[in-house]
Write a protein that binds this ligand. Sequence first.
Ligand SMILES: [Fe+2]
Length: 187
Amino acid sequence: MNPEKILTQHYNPETGDLTGGAKVVRTLKDVRSSFQDQVAVDRILEHENPVLYEVVAVEPGDTPGDLHYGLGILYPGMVGNEYYLTKGHYHETREAAEVYIGLTGEGAMLLEDEETGESRLESLGAGNVVYVPGHTAHRTMNTGNTPLTYFGIYPSNAGHDYGALAERNFRKMLIDEDGTPTLMDRA
Ligand SMILES: [Fe+2]
């Protein structure tokens, strides 16, 4: 064990702050192609470019067996009738799994199996732990009125692959239907 290595970091679930890493900020412009309703996107961008989410990743080591982890904060909001969401990704190392731990708020994870194309919706919020198997695209949505914060813990060699989803997006989308989060086929 390297005595120089910092093993303890500090986080604030209310603000999404986490020591030991740099914060990455994603605005509506950054993720606009993830939303179905492009007219609604343009309507919002005429006035403002809201921050949708922020992530801080901590990478304590890169040798086999090491883990990385990140704290995400996804703000509440809608684009048309679709909840604010993260871009979503596969892992570059497809077999790499991940554990998500909900800290505050109410939300969900959309999982899509790369082989079968099947989708699953899992609750992610305070009190939920979600295991994301390998070979599975994953995206987070905020279905509540307060920030959704969560930890993700993953193998150091997982990597992020956004390209495949940037081209065709997820097959399903989560929309608000009369106040109820409802999974629909994306057009
Ligand atoms: Fe991931």
